[in-house]
Design a protein around this ligand. Structure first.
Ligand code: RB5
Length: 147
């Protein structure tokens, strides 16, 4: 599975930590930045990872900013993206199983490294259950189509 990563300056360190962890776990990881702690704007990184996920250049995305909120809001503006910001692993599992989320976002100022690792691992190891959940996700797609 190919995973795309993005963060702003606030999420840089945690993004590096999570990318190295997933590389060690055998995932193919593509890092879209940011590449230092110099101040940048989180929408730029939410957007690029959202676009790479939507175009299927990567299978799933991991986003990190201070709270995980701004970067996930930006990614969710890209058609086909379902980015879920999570601070614990139950929500991360449900985001995959019920919402078919294709991006997980975490807040570097909210969760510690190990909790973030558990959230991302849980998300990637959980599968969409389909069925009634697919009908509901299809209704989200319809909102994007304005009908
Ligand atoms: C940057 O200071 C901070 O606003 C950003 O990382 C994020 O938390 C926004 O949602």
């Amino acid at each position: 599975m190919k995973i795309g990563f993005g963060s702003d300056h606030a999420g840089f360190e945690l993004k590096e930590f999570l990318r190295k962890h997933l590389e060690e776990a055998g995932y193919e990881c593509v890092d879209y930045g940011t590449f230092s702690e110099d101040r940048v704007d989180y929408p730029d990184y939410g957007r690029i990872v959202g676009e790479k996920v939507a175009s299927k250049e990567v299978d799933k995305g991991v986003l990190v900013c201070g709270t995980g909120i701004g970067i996930s809001l930006a990614a969710n503006k890209v058609k086909g993206v379902r980015a879920a910001v999570c601070s614990e692993s139950y929500s991360a599992a449900m985001a995959a199983k019920h919402n078919n989320a294709n991006i997980i976002a975490v807040g570097a100022r909210v969760v510690g490294d190990e909790v973030a690792k558990l959230i991302v691992d849980t998300f990637l190891n959980s599968e969409f259950e389909g069925g009634r959940h697919a009908d509901r996700v299809a209704k989200i797609d319809k909102i994007e189509e304005n009908n």
